[in-house]
Structures are given as structure tokens and as C-alpha cells.
Design a protein around this ligand. Structure first.
Ligand code: TXA
Ligand code: MG
Length: 350
């Protein structure tokens, strides 16, 4: 299969490309498209056969459910059995945007989408191309991130092409994703709304609206053997670049010192070393290929650069990446959730 890439500069003047993508969705095909978080690989969420093609293209395990994307608030009503008032409040406050709500599903949602769960994940993305594509398709669009399963999520059309060239018919290129990390997944069926995956809508923002919010233990810890899995996506090795990632935790100067020592040691052994630094520390590294996430005072900016930095290390062919720990407040929680998974939870205390 040849994969075409259509550039969308403006949803009005490039509407014919979006229409073409919508026709593919209606015809039961998959299409990659930009959202404000990461690129998604979409199919008609009400068509089990179409959704199956997403799993095939990604090589995704069938027990990992998908997020259903909608373009209008009313679209939720027929997709769920119950709508808690707190969920409506959140939709009003944060949609369109990087917040996914877990709700009790209606019979319209095929089991393939939810991996047999009784709940469904729903979000309204903020990206104009995504909204227009859903609208033109006339159906809700099920979409995981548009990467090969287990790899780093794509934040540009080129990332999607690198992973899925020849496996999907079309990519809509809407430029670089602004948020850069996947949406916050919030379970609204739990007694206290629970963050299953931290993202751009932060714990702090949700607490301000809801009062009480929980963060699932899996956010910063690996799942233990036999522990019940609330969000199946969190149990797989994830976001992994080809290099081995090691997170170094401690005070700023101690982290720098330890990373310099580790870099020296590995380089001596003939390894190619990458360092994932911040604006505050970048000038203190002596060796290795240093990439900068951003300033520690702007966690949202650091979040938006994480995945592209991990992919850049792949392009540079490094064998090992030493990454600085980031404080887990605001977007920092989502950064460390992804970084720890990319590192398969290898953490060294400085
Ligand atoms: O920002 C995003 O959310 C992106 C863009 C494309 O919208 N999508 C995305 O999808 O990240 P995916 O498939 O990579 O991640 C979906 C996450 C997984 O961790 C999955 O386990 C969880 O949502 N999930 C989906 N349905 C669920 C459900 N019913 N209960 C619990 N977790 C669910
Ligand atoms: Mg994903």
C-alpha cells in the first residue's frame, strides 16, 4: 500500500483533503490525523471491522482499548449509558482539549473499541483538522496514537510516516502537535475521579474544578504482578526509543555530576551517549549528545518536546540516554509518567 501525505495549512482552503480523508473513514479505512496532543490513527468507531484495521496497522495488542473522538458535546449522549454531573462540568470546562473521560458505554460501541470493557474512553480534541475530520466523517472516530505499538508517540507527520509508511493509505499533515503528550485519561466511573494517565489537563487543574481527584498508583510506578489493570495501556512497555533510557534522580547539581560521570564511563566503553537535559543544566555537561527539553519553569514546553527528543536520539544512533528527573507537579507528572515508561523504570539516585 502506498501511504500518501496531504499537507493541511488551513482547514478552509484545504478542506478537499480533509473531505478525502473523511471518505476513507466512511469507507471503513484508517487515516492518520493531527490532534493537539499527538497524531492519531483513526477509523469509524462504530464499525468493528474498520477498528480492527487500526490494531493491524499498529501491531497493537487487542486487549488495549481505544479512545473515541467526537466533535460536538452532544455526540457523547448516545455513546454512554450514564453521564455523571461532574463529567458534564469537565466537558464544559476542558473540551475541546486534552482530557479523555472514561464513562459507561452504550450498546453502540463495539467490543473491539473497548477491548470488551463495559466503559468507553471519550474525548473532543482541540485541533481544527481533527474536529473537521470528525465532522465530515459524520461518525465518532476511534484513534490511538499513530505509532507502531510500543514505540514513541508521533508529534509530527514525519514521525507517523517513519512508523507506518506502507501500512496506511493516508496521513493528514497538520504540522507539529502543540501539547506533545497524550491526553489525560480520567476515570469517571470510580468512586473518586481517578487519573489513569496524566496529561495536558493536570491534576492541579482537575482538583480545582472537582475538589477531590485521585492519581492511580501506576502513574509513576510499574504495575506489580497480579495487580488489577485499570488502564490496559499502562501495562505495556511504552514510548521506547531504540536506545536504553536511564533516569537520574536528585538535586540539580548532583544529577549533573552523576550524569557526567556515567557519560564518561559509557563513552570510555565505546558507547554513544545521549543526555536529556534542561535549559538550567545544559551548559554543565562535558560529553555526549545533549538535547534540551526546555526550562524547568515551563513544564508544558518540556512536555511538548519530550517525544521528539526521544525520536531524535534514535536518529542520532545513541546507545544509552541519561535523562534528568523532572519535578512531578503540573505537566511534570505526565512527563515523568512517559519518561519512566520509556526507561522501563530504570532509575538511578544521584
Ligand atoms: O491524546 C490522546 O489521547 C491520543 C490522541 C490520538 O487523541 N490518543 C491516545 O490513544 O493516546 P492511545 O490508544 O495511545 O491511548 C489510550 C489510553 C490507553 O492507555 C488505554 O488503555 C486507555 O486510554 N483506555 C482506553 N479506553 C479505556 C477504558 N475504557 N478504560 C480504561 N482505560 C482506557
Ligand atoms: Mg499510544
Amino acid at each position: 500500500m502506498r501511504t500518501r501525505v496531504l499537507k493541511i495549512n488551513d482547514v478552509e482552503s484545504d478542506c478537499s483533503a480533509i473531505l478525502e480523508a473523511a471518505r476513507l473513514i466512511q469507507g471503513g479505512e484508517v487515516v492518520a490525523f493531527p490532534t493537539e496532543t499527538v497524531y492519531g490513527l483513526g477509523a469509524n468507531a462504530l464499525d468493528a471491522t474498520a477498528v480492527q484495521k487500526i490494531f493491524e496497522a499498529k501491531g497493537r495488542p487487542g486487549d488495549n482499548p481505544l479512545i473515541v473522538h467526537i466533535s460536538k458535546r452532544q455526540d457523547v449522549d448516545r455513546l454512554v449509558r450514564e453521564l455523571p454531573p461532574a463529567a458534564s462540568t469537565l466537558m464544559e470546562r476542558f473540551w475541546p482539549g486534552p482530557l479523555t473521560l472514561i464513562l459507561k458505554k452504550s450498546h453502540l460501541i463495539p467490543d473491539t473499541v473497548t477491548a470488551g470493557l463495559d466503559t468507553v474512553a471519550i474525548r473532543m480534541p482541540r485541533h481544527p483538522v481533527a474536529l473537521r475530520l470528525i465532522e465530515y466523517s459524520g461518525v465518532p472516530i476511534a484513534a490511538p496514537s499513530a505509532n507502531r505499538s510500543g514505540h514513541t508517540s508521533p508529534t509530527t507527520a514525519q514521525h507517523v510516516l517513519d512508523d507506518l509508511d506502507g501500512r496506511i493509505p493516508l496521513i493528514l499533515d497538520g504540522g507539529k502537535c502543540q501539547v506533545g503528550l497524550e491526553s489525560t485519561v480520567l476515570d469517571m466511573t470510580a468512586e473518586v475521579p481517578t487519573i489513569l494517565r496524566p496529561g495536558g489537563i493536570t491534576y492541579e487543574m482537575l482538583t480545582e474544578v472537582l475538589g477531590q481527584v485521585r492519581v492511580d498508583a501506576s502513574a509513576l510506578k510499574p504495575l506489580k504482578e497480579g495487580q488489577p489493570v485499570k488502564s490496559p495501556g499502562m501495562k505495556y512497555a511504552h514510548y521506547a526509543p531504540h536506545a536504553q533510557v536511564v533516569v537520574v534522580r536528585g538535586e540539580l547539581d548532583q544529577m549533573v555530576e552523576r550524569i557526567n560521570a556515567l557519560a564518561e564511563e559509557y563513552i570510555k566503553q565505546g558507547m554513544k551517549v545521549g543526555i536529556l537535559a534542561t535549559h538550567e543544566t545544559k551548559d554543565y555537561y562535558k560529553e555526549g549528545k545533549v538535547l534540551v527539553l526546555g526550562s524547568r519553569t515551563q513544564p508544558a514546553v518540556m512536555a511538548s518536546n519530550l517525544f521528539s527528543a526521544l525520536r531524535q536520539f534514535d536518529d542520532l544512533g545513541v546507545d544509552v540516554v541519561f535523562a534528568e528527573w523532572i519535578e512531578t507537579k503540573d505537566e511534570g507528572l505526565a512527563i515523568m509518567n512517559r519518561m519512566l515508561r520509556a526507561a522501563a523504570f530504570r532509575v538511578i539516585d544521584a
